[in-house]
Design a protein around this ligand. Structure first.
Ligand code: XMP
Length: 518
């Protein structure tokens, strides 16, 4: 894809590097995050950034083998912004000094006051005599590099905001990308303006670029696309269809772990709105059979992932001349984050995908969404004219209800779960809360509890309601329903769903929890 204006974020492992990218995308600036150890001189020459941001990170410039960018970053003649560890790196590389914490570490909210010096970087800042910022540092800069001046200070960071205006190098000790720096968006807006970005990276432009790229990649060959009914694969399918028409065939695999009426709704939406050839593969017997008696979460995920590949392969073989496999992979899935443990990061969950398929079948991948965040995919969906009800749907995981049924999966439990989930979502919609919530679902618990209904004793399943707010699923907060809503919903579920006699609400955030129960 030809993004003529690109900003490079060099990642040193900060927990909030992705937020830098989000702030920039909100300004219609195209950017990519790359780990510091992949950014070589050759990479820089090819990427040709119009500006560079050095992220924060947990390391110390004093550590042996401390992560550093190539020195050539400072010879490109483009603006460079260093944030937190990025500031320390900049000073270290350009002739300043960094000191160990020793009583000057700062974590959390701090207030920066301006000096007499002026810079365009701070346009719109300091309407009052101080700005709230968010700090998170142990080491700090003790001497700024030649050519730099100080533009803001905080009690523990005398060099909170520094710049060499001539060379357009900017370095700050705090994190302007987090919400706790309330005026941070303005700060980034100033930086990209100084760098000369036109801010023209819009969804319309993305759509045109993506279509041209798909046509170029695919030529006159056939493409197959696994459709899950979720937003990502649907948007990918519609985009590819717009690019290559009937060279695309979609395969919708029903593994028997979908929500109530989901299969019918997906097939209806596609057949009513698009003339994309669609294979509806009902493989529920196969999946449920293989999951029989399995209760370990990772085993469930592996079985489902493996079966997806088998089933997909079976149907793909029926499509003459298929050479490409389309997937709705998103940017958060492809960002390679820096691991300082020296090894690969811990596997929390094996996320389902059809990753094994391309090699096995000799297929090449088409992934037109791999540069987008979830909300950008939704914006692209709107741009492509997908029905709003479809675009706004809550995300649904590939392994489906299997991971909302902790312990053994039985057909009885699945039937109860589908009904309870439908009542819960109906409640959320009736109360006008659906669009405020990022994801909501019921999990059926592997425990029966005693209750009393009418004059009789019940011994039925307990379930947990889950509802979270989130931006991208990486972190999440539980949704603060009112007690009235929770009470009414519990009553409805118990009255309307036979098999459940107790309802709980999950108030765990992520981290430490995850969104799904398995
Ligand atoms: P967790 O449970 O890891 O979930 O906090 C984060 C988001 O990812 C979804 N999820 C999955 N999506 N395949 C998917 O396509 C998976 O295997 C998978 N596991 C979790 C989950 O629903 C939530 O939106």
């Amino acid at each position: 894809m030809t993004h003529h204006e690109r900003l490079l974020i060099i990642d040193f492992g900060s927990q909030v590097t992705q937020l830098i990218a989000r702030r920039l995308r909100e300004l219609n600036v195209y950017c990519e995050i790359h780990p510091f150890n992949k950014v070589t001189d050759g990479f820089l020459a090819e990427f040709a950034p119009k500006a560079v941001i050095l992220s924060g990170g947990p390391a110390s410039v004093f550590a042996e083998g401390a992560p550093m960018p190539p020195k050539t970053v400072f010879d490109l003649g483009v603006p460079v912004l260093g944030i937190c560890y990025g500031q320390q790196v900049m000073m270290h590389c350009l002739g300043g000094q960094v000191e160990r914490g020793h009583g000057t570490a700062e974590f959390g909210r701090a207030f920066v006051t301006p000096t007499a010096a002026q810079t365009d970087l701070l346009d719109g800042w300091f309407a009052t005599d101080r700005e709230q910022v968010w700090m998170s540092h142990g080491d700090h800069v003790s001497k700024i590099a030649p050519g730099f001046e100080v533009y803001g200070t905080s009690p523990n960071a005398p060099f909170a905001i520094t710049a060499d205006v001539e060379r357009r190098f900017y370095a700050v000790q705090f994190h302007p990308e987090v919400h706790h720096t309330p005026n941070g968006a303005k700060f980034y807006e100033n930086f990209v303006r100084i760098a000369g970005f036109a801010g023209d990276w819009t969804m319309g432009a993305y759509r045109e670029d993506a279509i041209a790229k798909i046509r170029e990649q695919v030529g006159d060959k056939q493409v197959i696309c696994g459709l899950s009914g979720g937003v990502d694969s649907s948007v990918a399918a519609v985009l590819i269809h717009e690019a290559i028409g009937d060279q695309l065939t979609c395969v919708f695999v029903d593994h028997g772990l979908l929500r109530q009426n989901e299969a019918e709704e997906v097939v209806k939406m596609f057949s009513e709105n698009y003339s994309i050839p669609l294979i509806h593969a009902d493989e529920s017997e196969l999946f449920l059979g293989k999951l029989d008696g399995v209760s370990d979460p990772e085993t469930k995920r592996k079985i489902i992932g493996g079966l997806f590949i088998d089933v997909f392969q079976k149907y793909a073989n029926q499509i003459e001349g298929a050479e490409f496999l389309a997937q709705g992979t998103l940017y958060p899935d492809v960002i390679e984050s820096v691991s300082f443990s020296g090894g690969p990061s811990v596997t929390i969950k094996s996320h389902h995908n059809v990753g094994g398929l391309p090699e096995k079948m000799g297929l090449k991948l088409v992934e037109p969404l791999r540069e987008l965040f979830k909300d950008e995919v939704r914006a692209l969906g709107r741009e492509l004219g997908l029905p709003p009800s479809f675009i706004g749907r809550h995300p649904f995981p590939g392994p489906g209800l299997a991971i909302r049924c902790p312990g053994e999966i039985t057909r009885e439990k699945l039937a109860i779960l589908k009904k309870a989930d439908a009542v819960y979502i109906d409640q959320i919609r009736k109360h006008g809360l659906y669009d405020d919530i990022w994801q909501a679902f019921v999990a059926i618990l592997p425990v029966r509890t005693v209750g009393v209904m009418g004059d009789g004793r019940t011994y039925d399943f307990a379930c947990a309601l889950r509802a979270v707010t989130s931006v991208d699923g990486m972190t999440a907060d539980y949704y603060p329903f009112t007690h009235d809503f929770l009470g009414e919903t519990a009553t409805r579920i118990i009255n309307e769903v036979q098999g459940i006699n107790r309802v709980t609400y999950d108030i765990t955030s992520k981290p430490p929890g995850t969104i799904e129960w398995e």
